[in-house]
Design a binder for this molecule. Structure first.
Ligand code: HEM
Length: 149
């Protein structure tokens, strides 16, 4: 066994490479997911949104989110869902709710991981949140005068 890190593949964008930081594996990612959703459930704004959607056992959601983050961070390929439709149906979520979500996620990542590792989780979450927000909230403005509609 060697503790030497795998070489960084400079030919591929960083977001496509599996993170190779020590202490980042399915166990620690599962802990992040569980501690994050414990905070979400206690939050006065996000708690009720999740309580309406997840009415029974939380375990399948926590496992799915662990698959999701293992796919994002470790490129494990464990997650096969579709995040956009799952969020489009949440009619009462606002852009400000995403700020709360991201603050709680950043706080939990910082509690569990070294700063440079937490920064990678936060960066990935920000990128995915941006694309979810685009799908949920972006609307074309009114047609320009003379546009024919
Ligand atoms: C205010 C912000 C957000 C709210 C209120 C929210 C809420 C939810 C809810 C209620 C579900 C469905 C749970 C279930 O039935 O299993 C869900 C699923 C999910 N969320 Fe979010 N979410 C938010 C932001 C995010 C962000 C920023 C990410 C990623 C970085 C994310 C990733 C996911 C994924 C991967 C699923 C599973 C989709 C599937 O495959 O079914 N969510 N979210």
């Amino acid at each position: 066994m060697t503790s030497k890190s795998a070489p960084v593949d400079r030919a591929r964008p960083v977001a496509e490479q599996a993170l190779n930081h020590s202490g980042v594996d399915r166990t620690s990612i599962g802990k992040l997911v569980r501690e994050f959703y414990a905070k979400v459930r206690q939050n006065e704004r996000l708690g009720p949104i999740f309580a309406r959607e997840i009415t029974g056992d939380w375990e399948p959601h926590l496992e799915k989110m662990t698959d999701f983050w293992c796919s994002v961070i470790l490129k494990s390929g464990d997650y096969h869902g579709r995040p956009v439709p799952a969020h489009l149906k949440l009619k009462d979520v606002t852009e400000a709710d995403f700020d709360i979500w991201q603050a709680l996620f950043g706080q939990t990542s910082a509690e569990l991981f070294a700063p440079e590792t937490a920064a990678v989780f936060v960066d990935r979450a920000e990128r995915i949140a941006a694309s979810l927000k685009l799908a949920m909230f972006f609307r074309l403005g009114p047609a320009a005068p003379g546009a024919g509609q």
